[in-house]
Design a protein around this ligand. Structure first.
Ligand code: NAG
Ligand code: NAG
Ligand code: NAG
Ligand code: NAG
Ligand code: NAG
Ligand code: NAG
Length: 627
């Protein structure tokens, strides 16, 4: 197959065109390896995962976190919810008001516990993407109030410990506040952005002392001189963000190696962990695997999971990179890691340019061609006689990939072994013999969203009852469910893009404060998440001043119908919206209010409910019927 024996090596030494690479620890080691991770949130990217029924939900979690099974991640980074839309949806804050403190909202606590259950050594990181409005006292920029911001984050850390017994390992917050709260052992990652904080750290010793890790987003595997001069740990604390097909897998395999080879980054974290949000939202499918059909139980373990396993199952945080890492002569790269107790793991990738482009940044051209690589083990590894081999090939021609396959052990002769490398391959050559390719029986087949769906929004504080809706709550003292924004994709557009989605949706709504923007129920909504403000659809609004409106867009520019409704704040109303072909009809408390509004576009999309701005409203008894 791919590994070659003594005769071959001798032959090569005599004449074939092979290159030699030395793996040696006598010249000292490189940096400490900090692990490979996934990022849940930033935002709402794991939303649909909690809705899966067992056993599928546990199976998915095993593919992500269980050691020696699948991605076997070393790090879970989560969003500290801020009650604001942060890309694909909204995650709830633990402090919606100044005096609030609720550590059971959302699904990140649950996810962290599930990850810890599977791997007690997994490192946890929290990072806020947004803050509730009260923190910035009306400004959009809470960093003007560093103490409040820091206390807010410290409260989250306290809650994690007190209510969930979770120890947070790293955070994005001010060192002072952490120390005051007694969290001297929690590391600070700065600045979760670009490298510019490095220059600031070189000039400001206080800042330099406070920061434990320099974390950058999408570094394109390269670092800057200032970052190296800080002598801090360098991490790619958000990376990948690429559709999880084989090119995504190529991107991920390449950066997992080259973030160290080129940039000396010792951790790489994938945004996102799992594509558990509707594919039509921004960055659809940009997770290590996909689970976006809780109603069917269908999920897909895509190739990026197995690219991850090539590193995560054979090297752990606390291992060290060797100094002997680098590029291969004919393209690709290799890294070597050791636990300093005799174990050695070498990961080799030969991803081609066109099969490994990430979504960003642009990838400068390079060539990769088939090659023979002879590795020579020296120092502590000179005596090794056989090594485990794990192999993947992303086969873009036949589409018949080999993913994380265990091959026969390689025999090492006098410290030498050879590999015949083709393009778009990954090899792990290792002393570690605990690797396993985990599997479960095939999950249920993909199917369309149920034609009938209902939800009474009974949220009990401590439960995680499966539900389909994306929930957007804001601060409200009287009710746990304040503003609920649902963006539900009825996936009819997947198989009949030219057919119109005919359905009827109804919901009880209550305007809490005189909502100048109104409260809506909508169908055929074509945008969500960060693009929600450009959404088109059929929006049925009621206002507290006794009027209603029907618009073709969320911005209310295209009015299809309007008139008197008699609606007031503080009263429950049942809104019903039916769309059939080109026509829409609306009812209020079961009586026809408007009919035959003409809807040309969009033809299909999500059902949704919400308010325009940040007014408070309540929703109940949500029903969809698409027969
Ligand atoms: C912020 O905290 C520091 C102590 O870390 C304190 O000296 C300062 O007065 C506080 N500022 C405000 C506005 O509370
Ligand atoms: C290597 O790691 C294994 C676990 O895979 C461990 O049992 C062993 O002691 C380590 N050391 C050597 C030299 O193999
Ligand atoms: C895919 O490749 C494997 C070997 O790697 C082979 O056993 C299998 O038959 C191939 N499948 C198809 C459909 O070509
Ligand atoms: C859907 O709901 C309608 C009426 O609400 C009912 O007549 C129909 O039988 C339901 N269909 C399914 C598949 O449950
Ligand atoms: C009622 O409120 C809406 C939304 O603020 C506004 O557009 C509309 O003009 C108002 N209608 C009346 C009659 O005041
Ligand atoms: C983000 C995204 O993919 N949006 C698309 C969702 O589907 C509608 C209708 O097919 C497109 O117009 C959007 O661009």
């Amino acid at each position: 197959m791919h590994t070659h024996s003594l005769l071959f090596i001798i032959f090569c030494i005599v004449g074939c065109s092979a290159e030699f690479y030395v793996i040696d620890d006598r010249i000292g080691l490189g940096r400490e390896f900090d692990g490979i991770g996934g990022l849940s949130g930033g935002g709402a990217t794991s939303r649909l995962l909690v809705n899966y029924e067992e056993p599928y939900r546990s199976q998915i979690l095993d593919f992500l976190f269980k050691p020696n099974f699948g991605a076997s991640l070393h790090i879970l980074k989560v969003e500290i919810g801020g009650d604001a839309q942060t890309t694909d949806g909204t995650e709830p804050s633990h402090m919606r008001c100044k005096d609030d403190g609720n550590f059971f909202r959302g699904y990140e606590w649950w996810l962290m516990k599930e990850a810890k259950k599977r791997n007690p050594n997994i490192k946890l990181i929290g990072l806020p993407w947004a803050f509730p409005g009260w923190i910035g006292a009306g400004t959009q920029w809470p960093y003007f109030f560093p103490n409040i911001t820091a206390d807010y984050v410290v409260t989250w850390i306290n809650g994690a410990k007190q209510h969930h017994n979770l120890d947070i390992d790293y955070i994005g917050v001010l060192r002072d506040a952490l120390d005051r709260a007694g969290y001297t052992n929690i590391g600070i990652i700065a600045a979760d952005g670009d490298w510019s904080v490095a220059a600031a750290m070189l000039e400001d010793p206080y800042l330099n002392d406070a920061v434990e890790v320099l974390g950058v987003h999408y570094p394109g595997t390269i670092t800057v001189k200032e970052a190296l001069l800080t002598e801090k740990k360098l991490w790619s604390s958000e990376d990948y963000s690429t559709f999880n097909d084989d090119i995504g897998a190529g991107c991920w395999a390449r950066i997992l190696n080259q973030n160290y080879v080129n940039g000396r980054m010792t951790s790489t974290i994938s945004w996102n962990l799992i594509a558990s949000y509707y594919e039509n939202l921004s960055f659809g499918g940009d997770g290590l695997m996909t689970a976006d059909e809780p109603w069917s139980g269908h999920y897909v373990v895509q190739s990026p999971i197995w690219m991850t396993a090539h590193t995560t199952q054979f090297a752990q945080p606390g291992w060290f990179y060797l100094q002997t890492v680098g590029k291969l002569t004919h393209g690709g790269s290799y890294v070597a890691l050791t636990d300093r107790k005799g174990n050695l793991t070498i990961v080799i990738e030969t991803m081609t340019h066109k099969h490994s482009q990430c979504i960003r940044p642009p990838l400068p051209h390079f060539d990769v061609s088939p090659q023979i690589a002879v590795f020579q083990l020296k120092g502590s590894f000179a005596h090794l006689t056989d090594l485990q081999v794990w192999y993947s090939k992303l086969d873009f021609e036949t589409k018949n990939d080999t993913l994380f396959q265990r091959s026969s052990p390689i025999e090492v002769y006098d410290g030498l072994f050879a590999l015949k490398l083709d393009v778009d391959e990954v090899y792990t050559i290792t002393t570690v013999n605990t690797g396993q390719k985990g599997s479960y029986p095939d999950p249920p087949k993909s199917c369309l969203f149920p034609k009938n769906y209902s939800d009474d929004f009974t949220i009990t504080l401590h439960s995680l009852k499966p539900r389909i809706l994306l929930i957007k709550p804001v601060c409200l003292s009287t009710s746990e469910i304040a503003q609920i924004m649902a963006r539900m994709r009825l996936p009819y557009d997947r198989w009949s893009p030219n057919d119109r989605t005919d359905l009827s949706v109804s919901c009880d709504v209550l305007i809490e404060t005189p909502a100048t923007g109104g409260v809506f129920l909508a169908a055929r909504v074509d945008q969500g998440g960060e693009s929600v403000r450009e959404a088109k659809g059929v929006f049925y609004w009621i206002y507290a001043n006794g009027t209603y409106k029907v618009t073709n867009d969320i911005g209310g520019q295209r009015v299809l119908a309007e008139g008197q409704s008699g609606t007031r704040e503080g009263v429950w109303y049942t809104l019903t919206l039916s769309v059939k072909g080109y026509f829409a009809t609306g009812m209020l408390n079961g009586y026809l209010l408007w009919k035959n509004a003409v809807v040309v576009e969009p033809k299909n999309g999500w059902v949704a409910l919400g308010t325009l701005s940040f007014e408070y409203a309540q929703f109940d008894n949500f029903k969809v019927n698409a027969e």
